[in-house]
Design a protein around this ligand. Structure first.
Ligand code: HEC
Length: 99
């Protein structure tokens, strides 16, 4: 995947949790499954929002609102620490104070 750390879905932390399974199911459709620790919490919501739009545009399977919430909850819970992981390009543009 572009600038993340792909992992296999079964290697996700808390792999039995619904959120992990949804990340494996939805987020591996176009690129490798992203490691939750590869982004800081502030980044994840922005990334997920954009990814859901991409899924809609490209006709992929799109998570429902409840599934999207579980994905966010899961990614935020396991997010990397701000300052030790980089912000995505998009988040950096939107959150200049974090750069
Ligand atoms: C429709 C195909 C598609 C799906 C499904 C998809 N992505 Fe992406 N993803 C992309 C594309 C294309 C890029 C590169 C362009 C961009 O960053 O907008 C990308 C880039 C990324 C990046 C790196 C860019 C950044 O801003 O950090 C992350 C992290 C990411 N995706 C996470 C996810 C997560 C989490 C999911 C599941 C919620 C997901 N992706 C599902 C297509 C997809």
């Amino acid at each position: 995947m572009p600038d993340g750390v792909p992992v296999s879905a079964s290697a996700l932390p808390d792999a039995d949790f619904a959120g992990a399974q949804l990340v494996g199911k939805f987020c591996g459709q176009c690129h490798g499954v992203p490691a939750p620790t590869s982004r800081a919490a502030a980044t994840w919501r922005l990334v997920v929002e954009r990814m859901v739009l991409l899924m809609k545009k490209t006709g992929k399977t799109v998570p429902g609102d409840h599934e999207t919430e579980l994905i966010n909850t899961y990614l935020l819970k396991h997010a990397g620490q701000a300052g030790t992981v980089k912000l995505s390009r998009h988040a950096a543009a939107l959150l200049p104070e974090w750069r």
